[in-house]
Design a protein around this ligand. Structure first.
Ligand code: UD1
Ligand code: MG
Length: 448
């Protein structure tokens, strides 16, 4: 038997007016990825799995985001907001290609999982025309109610059109619907706008399917998975739910989180074996952490790689493009950016290492600064393997420090230093015997 083909339509035409921002709603991030990215990541992938995204007018940024994640996605613009069924039909050319399974998801419901999409498709393979994702709402107000006859779904009633008795139903429509491709257009084209809001409601597909003698069923899931995001407060709740999920997955994969609720992860964070993350660590997108690494408290990491057995922090900041080789160590109050540290490098305290390449086992003393910016351009610092940079050194880039070179403390280094050389840039020291004592007694006499 060949695998069933699918088309997932993501409705992303929402304005996000209640978010009170100028950014389209579905581009708001959760765990470092846009809401739209989360939905597209969970939607079916691979051969025979097509995606269409329905966007609002002038939402070029939403189109770019969709194409970034699914380059083959079809983009359709819904020019007027006439309802969810109207939005689905904006993708008519894609629907007409006739995939076996048509899946409709909302771009503002980002916690939906791949497993749920798979569960929705199973009844279609077994002959149902429609599967609706349902959940038991703590407060059903505003949701479409699922009207059941035994295990069969009879209709979905929107809040505005529901009777008193129907409003008491807590089994609600999550918004995700799966339709058998061969019936989809026949059903969708029968949907009218004869309701209180005058909108074309996708949910009416259920009653229409029943009239055609076709079956509709409900697949249940938890309310947490299907929360729709309309406000910044709901965005924060979804972030919290996603963080809980990511922490759980990290711990199941063997990561030690001492205080999980204080550690923030990104959806794409990857971990090796025996990683420990101490309390209060923030990890942004694009971070990989190797075997046996320890991230101490209050560290902030974005788009960086930590090799195996690396130590980071406490109070360290890794900005994009930082790579720590195996066994490298970055200590407290160190900032690194676009810096490649080869294995065994130590930057233990109070330094800025930016636009730099540091050779294996080099030791960077406290207070070392790579002066990479002259107000106009950025320049590179290259430090050879085994070099020793004395404390409080300024390395004025572009600059090359040779392998095993030694830089005296407090130097401002502006010219290249060859391999094995000692460089020192410092005014001569003057020492006057007894001068401190004389100064102190003179001051004491003045005060009397
Ligand atoms: C919808 C469902 C309701 C369900 C609830 C779950 C319908 C008619 N109602 O109601 O049964 O309980 O979701 O959250 O489907 N959209 C468009 N174009 C439109 C209208 C909507 O793209 O013309 C998109 C929105 O951006 C959003 C989604 O469709 O992503 C749902 O629309 P929304 O207005 O939020 O519907 P609800 O009233 O929440
Ligand atoms: Mg909604």
């Amino acid at each position: 038997m060949t695998a069933r083909t699918s088309l997932t339509i993501v409705l992303a035409a929402g304005e996000g007016t209640r978010m009170r921002t100028s950014i389209p709603k579905v581009l708001h991030p959760i765990a470092g990825e846009s809401m739209l990215a989360h939905v597209l990541a969970s939607a079916p992938h691979g051969d025979g799995a097509d995606v269409a995204v329905v966007i609002g007018p002038d939402h070029d940024a939403v189109e770019r985001e969709a194409k970034r994640l699914r380059p083959n996605a079809d983009i359709f613009v819904q020019h007027e907001r006439l309802g969810t069924a109207h939005a689905v039909l904006a993708a008519r050319p894609a629907i007409a290609r006739g995939a076996d399974d048509l899946l409709v998801a909302f771009g503002d419901t980002p916690l939906i999982t791949a497993d749920t999409f798979a569960r929705m498709r199973a009844p279609l393979a077994a002959g149902a025309a429609i599967a609706v994702l349902g959940f038991r709402a703590a407060d059903p107000t505003g949701y479409g109610r699922l009207l059941m006859d035994g295990s069969k779904l009879v209709a979905i009633r929107e809040q505005a059109d529901a009777s008193e008795a129907e409003r008491a139903i807590t089994l609600c429509n999550a918004g995700v619907m799966a339709l058998a491709g061969r019936h989809a257009l026949a059903i969708l084209d029968k949907i009218s706008n004869a309701n209180k809001k005058g909108e074309y409601y996708l949910v009416d597909a259920v009653a229409i399917a029943r009239e055609l003698g076709l079956d509709a069923v409900v697949i249940e899931t938890s309310e947490d998975e299907v929360r729709g995001i309309n406000t910044k407060a709901q965005l924060a709740q979804a972030e919290a739910a996603m963080q809980t999920r990511l922490r759980q997955a990290a711990m199941e994969a063997g990561v030690t989180l001492i205080a999980p609720e204080t550690v923030f992860l990104a959806a794409d964070t990857t971990f090796g074996r025996d990683v420990t993350i101490e309390p209060f660590v923030v990890i942004g997108p694009g971070v990989s952490i190797g075997d046996g690494a320890i991230v101490h408290s209050f560290s902030h990491i974005v788009q960086s790689r930590l090799g195996s057995k690396t130590l980071l922090g406490p109070f360290a900041r890794l900005r994009p493009g930082t790579s720590m080789g195996d066994g490298a160590k970055i200590g407290n109050f160190v900032e690194a950016k676009a810096a490649v540290l080869e294995p065994g490098v130590k930057v233990n305290h109070l330094s800025y290492i930016g636009d730099a390449h540091v050779g294996a086992n080099a030791n960077i003393g406290a207070g070392t600064i790579t002066c990479n910016y002259d107000g106009f351009n950025k320049y590179k610092t290259v430090i050879g393997e085994g070099a020793f940079i004395g404390t409080n050194t300024s390395l004025v880039a572009p600059i090359n420090i040779g392998a095993r070179a030694y830089i005296g403390s407090g130097s401002v280094i502006t010219r290249d230093v060859p391999d094995d050389a000692l460089a020192l840039e410092r005014s001569p020291q003057t020492t006057r015997e007894g001068a401190a004592a004389r100064f102190r007694s003179a001051k004491q006499r003045q005060k009397k």
